[in-house]
Ligand binder design. Structure first.
Ligand SMILES: [Zn+2]
Length: 176
């Protein structure tokens, strides 16, 4: 079973900048590497869109996943909002009714069960990496870097490990 992990942003694009100056790209990359380690330990073949702080276009991310022959694609992001009270976890898939919708629901629920933030839910969204990949693909928004409580959590390695464990649990549940 091949899983392609896409740490959102990187290089010239740090993603959202949160409270205390935390950079979304750094959190995404750390959680992605932790997730890959957990899945590899469970016998999955893992490929990443990048493993350092690199600039990779959205189309290139999708084409690397397609070339890898991934069975599933998971992009890892953090959310942001001008309202610091907004918080929680949500996951996107490309369109209603496709396998990725159920995959998103399973992973989102498993993640929330592990990190206990508000479950915003799963939603269809026309995002390039979801549209251009030819396997079930989801984009996970772990938590909000603009929410004080969640920014503090995201800054903690132990919480980022919990995020990885939750997502891994969902992937293992869905694919076995
Ligand atoms: Zn992002």
């Amino acid at each position: 079973m091949r899983i392609f992990i896409d740490p959102g942003h990187g290089g010239t694009n740090p993603g959202a900048i949160g409270i205390g100056g935390i950079r979304e790209a750094d959190i995404n990359l750390d959680v992605s590497l932790r997730l890959g380690e957990l899945l590899a330990a469970n016998g999955y073949d893992i490929e990443y869109s990048h493993t350092g702080d690199e600039t990779v276009s959205l189309a290139e991310r999708a084409s690397r996943a397609n070339n890898f022959g991934a069975d599933y694609f998971v992009s890892i992001h953090c959310n942001s909002n001008p309202d610091p009270d907004i918080g929680g976890t949500e996951t996107f898939y490309y369109r209603e009714g496709i396998t990725a919708q159920r995959f998103a629901e399973t992973v989102n629920d498993a993640l929330v069960a592990e990190i206990n933030l508000r479950n915003i839910g799963t939603f269809a969204r026309n995002l390039a990496v979801l549209r251009l990949t030819n396997m079930p693909a989801i984009l996970v928004e772990l938590a909000f870097v603009t929410n004080p409580t969640e920014a503090a959590l995201l800054s903690m390695p132990s919480f980022r490990q919990d995020c990885a464990v939750g997502i891994a649990n969902g992937i293992i549940d869905f694919t076995s």
